[in-house]
Design a binder for this molecule. Sequence first.
Ligand code: SAM
Length: 226
Amino acid sequence: MPALLTVRDIAALTNLSTRTICRLMAAGQLGEPVRFGRAIRFPREQILNWLYRYRMPDVKSIIDYSFKFIIKEHQNNAKGYGFSDDACRKLVTQRQVARQRFLDDYENGKATGRYVDAELPKLPFGDRAFDIALCSHFLFFQRALLTTSIEFHVASIKELCRVSREARIFPLTKNGGGLIGDSGVTYPHLPAVLQRLQDDGFRTQLVKSNYEFHRGESQMLQVRAE
Ligand SMILES: C[S@@+](CC[C@H](N)C(=O)[O-])C[C@H]1O[C@@H](n2cnc3c(N)ncnc32)[C@H](O)[C@@H]1O
């Protein structure tokens, strides 16, 4: 699946007509498109997020739908990982086990408040409700966010720091085209985001971990309110 989708791509992905997609687009339901002259494209993650949120009946359908892509990506991009083919196969099995554990736990987790549906840049938690806030493969990474502003990143990181003592964000590489990162290129606005946080009194630290999920993805950002 390409990283930027045309109206036709979205119609094929969703089993809706191009006319319906145009109507949804005109009503602003698909979010802001990326414009190249007269051509209009939508970042894939933006459309998948919309699809999951508004067109799927339940969490199991979402997981089963996305699982197909994820497994295919793992198989197609095995070389992009920082570990062996065998470990890559094990990763697929582990994901299947994790999927089942999550589904078995979901209703109870929701009822007891362990799973909460919320979206950055605003979270429904009190100040310092958590010791640590982890954000993986979303901020800096998702292509859809390249079209949103530095402001979104700054506001989101401040929010993560409000609800926790420390925010940890990884990777700092932007997605290169696959559903999973493969470019190893640092998100271009990272220095501007760090500067804004430092100017506003946050302590930022870039930490290199000795583990990388995909090649070139070993850097993590730690942020604390001073
Ligand atoms: C590439 S996935 C990463 C999921 C998980 N962290 C992982 O590493 O497997 C990106 C996730 O960001 C979520 N997401 C999209 N918009 C968001 C927002 N505004 N706030 C928080 N999460 C969001 C998507 O639903 C998706 O699950």
